[in-house]
Design a protein around this ligand. Structure first.
Ligand code: HEC
Length: 102
C-alpha cells in the first residue's frame, strides 16, 4: 500500500514538472517533437538537396511530398507523420516555425 502511495506521489510530481511543456504545446506537437521534426528536415531531407522550408510548398502538397521523399530519406512511418504534423503546425504558427533554422 505504501508503495502504491509512493508511486502515486512520484507520478504527481512528474505530471507537475511536465505541465509547462504541455501548456506550450501547439495542437499535439510538443517542443521536443518540433525540434525532432526540424532535425529530420534539415539532416535527412537535406542529404540530397537543400532542406525544403515549410513555406516552399502548400499544406495540400506536403503530405504527398513527404510520402514520396520520406522513403528516400529512410524515414519511418512515424517520422513521416511527424513531419506532416510539423508542416501543419508551421503553417498555423508561421512566425515561430517558418524558418527551419535551429
Ligand atoms: C536520397 C535522396 C533524397 C532524399 C533523402 C530526399 N530527397 Fe527530395 N528529392 C530527391 C530527388 C532526386 C528529387 C527530384 C526527383 C523527384 O521528385 O523524385 C527530389 C525532389 C524533392 C522535392 C521537389 C518535388 C516536387 O514535386 O517539386 C521536394 C519538395 C523534396 N524533394 C522534399 C524532400 C523532403 C521533405 C525530404 C525528407 C523527407 C527529402 N526530399 C529527402 C532526392 C531526395
Amino acid at each position: 500500500m505504501k508503495l502504491i502511495l509512493q508511486a502515486f506521489v512520484s507520478l504527481s510530481i512528474i505530471v507537475f514538472l511536465m505541465a509547462p511543456c504541455w501548456a506550450t504545446k501547439t495542437d499535439d506537437l510538443t517542443p521536443t517533437q518540433i525540434h525532432r521534426a526540424k532535425v529530420l528536415l534539415e539532416g535527412r531531407c537535406g542529404m540530397c538537396h537543400a532542406a525544403p522550408k515549410p513555406k516552399d510548398y502548400t499544406l495540400q502538397e506536403w503530405p504527398g511530398i513527404i510520402n514520396h521523399m520520406g522513403p528516400k530519406a529512410g524515414l519511418r512511418q512515424s517520422e513521416m507523420d511527424l513531419l506532416v504534423k510539423y508542416m501543419e503546425y508551421s503553417f498555423k504558427n508561421h512566425q515561430k516555425a517558418g524558418s527551419t533554422s535551429q
